[in-house]
Design a protein around this ligand. Structure first.
Ligand code: SF4
Length: 182
């Protein structure tokens, strides 16, 4: 896997101050994509154990609330193994820090529908996630007032609650219409 960028002290992609990893490679090709350069799986730098250690060091800061994976597409078959290895190490070192991921795939139809490669890897990937923001960016549904998502079709999903319930459970750490956090 290659990655495009690591953002430290990111406040745009999940609650609190976070570390965000932008992976390379995405086959969705959404019209109006914010990050077209990362469609190419060869874009950026190779993701190595040294990169993992860099992320672990960034996460050691007490003010950092967690890690966010975005792209590109974290759930592409080619990207899942390296991300699962990263999350395994992050969870071991910092079990209290939250893990968010963004995906253009739909959790119920595509990911739980087992359409994205070896299920064992996808299942382990999901086991580490607190929240998944799913669905492609749809330019006609773009809404700049939404936090943590670009278009209104995208869902903020509580992954552990969804897996336990066997149906989509939205993340409800919100006030009112979902535009502000507690
Ligand atoms: S899923 Fe994200 S990175 Fe991929 S094309 Fe759509 S907006 Fe761009």
């Amino acid at each position: 896997m290659n990655y495009a960028m690591i953002k430290n002290w990111d406040i745009a992609n999940g609650p609190g101050v976070r570390v965000s990893l932008f992976v390379s490679g995405c086959t969705h090709r959404c019209k109006g994509c914010f990050n077209e350069v990362a469609w190419d799986f060869n874009y950026g730098e190779p993701f190595t154990q040294q990169t993992v250690e860099q992320i672990l060091a960034m996460l050691s800061t007490p003010q950092i609330k967690g890690l966010t994976l975005l792209g590109g597409e974290p759930f592409e078959v080619q990207n899942q193994p390296a991300l699962v290895d990263l999350l395994r190490q992050v969870k071991k070192a910092y079990p209290e820090k939250s893990i968010w991921a963004f995906s253009g795939y739909l959790l119920d139809r595509d990911i739980l529908g087992r359409k994205l490669g070896p299920w064992e890897i996808t299942e382990e990937f999901l086991s580490y996630l607190d929240v998944l923001v799913d669905g492609p960016f749809v330019e006609e549904k773009k809404d700049l007032t939404l936090r943590f998502r670009g278009s209104s079709n995208q869902r903020l999903i509580d992954v552990p609650a969804t897996l336990a319930a066997g149906k989509i459970v939205l993340w409800n750490d919100w006030q009112g219409n979902g535009r502000q956090m507690k």
